[in-house]
Design a binder for this molecule. Sequence first.
Ligand SMILES: O=C(O)CCC(=O)C(=O)O
Ligand SMILES: [Mn+2]
Length: 211
Amino acid sequence: MTSLFPTDSVEVLPFDGSAKLIPHFFETRAANEHLESLASEVRWEQHHLVLFGKKIPEPRQSAWIADDGISYSYSGIAREAHAWTPTLTVIRSALIDEIHHPFNSVLANLYRDGSDAMGWHSDDEPCNGPEPVIASVSFGAERRFDFRHQLSGEKVSVLLPHGSLLVMSGLSQHCWQHSIARSKKITAQRINLTFRSVATETSPSSRLTST
Ligand SMILES: O=C(O)CCC(=O)C(=O)O
Ligand SMILES: [Mn+2]
């Protein structure tokens, strides 16, 4: 197979899996356009979590986009798949050209400002397969992305700039959790897209351990 990463990429994880960052996968002008289009094209939804018996809104908005026949659920709740938008289609093609992986779905996340976040979790749902390749693209405010090793607790952090691509693969979902922490200083929005190749047969999972 051709190298997954012909361009300038940096390995973030010290062992037990891979997370390669290409800081400027999209040049600034394209990244600006994608940020603006995605904000209006995607049908953003507010989802909820049940924590200690209480229903609370997730601290972000999101949308699940997938090819026909792909279903997905997390925290026991099935997600309705939306259709691909023009911008998501362009970005998916760019990723498939670069990584040569058959992405069939994407989870889009909108962090309105630094109060929005994502708690510790792994993308280890059975539908993702044992060693999934997950391509995570970021536009807008630069946010810190933290990894925490499941056994040792060792932490590794990386900043995800506007237009960056982070590709997680190998044992990264098995051995590490990841999160986006709150950061009160950040006032701008960020859109993140995690492209996945999901099996057609899916099963529910309890993916998030916190909000
Ligand atoms: O916003 C991010 O960079 C992370 C998103 C994420 O981990 C996910 O959608 O599973
Ligand atoms: Mn994730």
